[in-house]
Design a binder for this molecule. Structure first.
Ligand SMILES: [Zn+2]
Ligand SMILES: [Zn+2]
Length: 391
């Protein structure tokens, strides 16, 4: 029988192995018994540990012949033998392996638990997500509806605005032509507007718009009135300027000449002579033009009623010099003595003057002292002055 029984890998080479004569050679060193430290010879019964690959005399590891027979006859891989050290270590290893197995199983259980929990959480999150999605969907729907509503309102609003703008444009176009229509204008616009509104906008909007439009029209009316007042003021000022150099002569006999040119010539000559006699440096060129005011009137007997004569002077200085020298009239030639000289006044100034004259007359009548009252001063600066009565 094979003397030395080796591990699966070594068994073949082991059988063919020659008896070693040199116990300390390198190859024999591998067969040294780990217990007695002597070489396990070929003819000796020896056994190799499957784990550490160390050799042992069977006697050194307490294996009897019968046990050795069993171990030697078995098919490789069915019965294993480990040395004492390896046995101890393998038990420890097994224990470690079992411990690891336990821990792995425990981890797996924990993992399963965690997986279950995670799955539950995911399901919960999914259902929550689903709910949120549903909410979002509803919200979107609501927003869409709101947007639609808003758009509709904006559209209506725009319609108002456009109508309003059209009206304002229409108003502006008529602005240049407001003078006499001002009073009725607002009513006309309002009526037109109402007609338009009847066909275009529903009642509520219409009312709202009309209130708004009334305000706008009120503002516009005020603007028109202010503008009109301003224009009147300017016209009055222009009128005053135009009249500043004029004088009006009353009771100048009117010519019976047929041609107006001839009549005008006569009036010019009369005026020149008249002003010349005041001795204030008047020259012929100081008269720019003369006009008779009002319609020519011839009565049934062929007599001509003398109209006021407007004389346009070339400058204000000469007019003022003459106005300041009116006291000289009573010492002029007879044909000039009855002439009355007056400022050329605007309608407003005439009314003012008339009012002052009435006041002066009343005061003169009321007071029985040494004074009576007269209106003096140029237009724009007319006033009532006391005049001492002659004794
Ligand atoms: Zn031994
Ligand atoms: Zn061993």
């Amino acid at each position: 029988m094979a003397a030395r029984r080796g591990s699966a890998s070594d068994k073949k080479s082991d059988k063919n192995r020659a008896v070693s004569t040199t116990p300390t050679s390198m190859s024999d060193k591998n067969f040294e018994c780990s217990v007695c430290e002597l070489i396990v010879e070929h003819e000796q019964k020896g056994i190799e540990c499957e784990i550490c690959k160390s050799w042992y005399h069977i006697g050194c590891v307490n294996i009897n012949d019968k046990e050795y027979e069993v171990l030697s006859d078995h098919k490789i891989g069915t019965i294993h033998w480990y040395c004492t050290d390896c046995n101890v270590r393998s038990v420890e290893l097994l224990r470690l392996v079992f411990g690891l197995q336990d821990r792995i199983q425990k981890n797996e259980r924990e993992m399963d638990m965690m997986r279950l929990e995670t799955n539950a959480k995911i399901s919960k999150i999914e259902s929550e997500y689903e709910a949120v999605r549903e909410d979002l969907k509803n919200l979107n729907k609501r927003i869409e509806e709101d947007i639609k509503k808003c758009s509709e309102n904006i559209r209506k609003e725009m319609e108002h605005k456009i109508n309003k703008e059209e009206m304002v444009r229409a108003l502006n176009e008529q602005k240049g032509d407001v003078k006499e229509q001002v009073v009725s204008f607002r009513d006309v616009v309002k009526e037109q507007l109402e007609q338009e509104m009847l066909t275009k906008v529903d009642d509520t909007l219409k009312r709202e718009f009309m209130v708004h439009m009334n305000d706008e029209l009120g503002d516009f009316q005020r603007t028109i009135n202010e503008t009109k007042q301003h224009v009147d003021d300017i016209r009055e000022q222009e009128d005053i300027e135009a009249r500043r150099c004029n004088v009006i002569l009353y009771r100048v006999p009117e010519s019976s000449a047929i041609l107006s040119e001839d009549r005008r010539k006569e009036d010019t000559v009369f005026s020149q002579q008249f002003f010349n006699d005041f001795n204030v440096g008047f020259v012929q060129e100081d008269i720019k033009n003369v006009y008779r005011l009002g319609a020519r009137h011839i009565d049934q007997e062929g007599g001509i009623r003398s109209r006021p004569l407007l004389v346009q002077m070339a400058n204000r200085q000469i007019k003022n010099l003459i106005m300041e020298s009116l006291y000289k009239i009573k010492s002029l030639a007879t044909k000039f003595k009855s002439v009355v000289v007056a400022h050329d006044m605007t309608k407003k100034q005439r009314l003012e003057c008339k009012d002052l004259v009435a006041q002066a007359k009343q005061r003169s009548e009321e007071e029985s002292g040494d004074f009576f009252y007269r209106v003096r001063g140029p237009p724009g600066n007319m006033r009532i002055v006391p005049v001492r009565k002659r004794q």
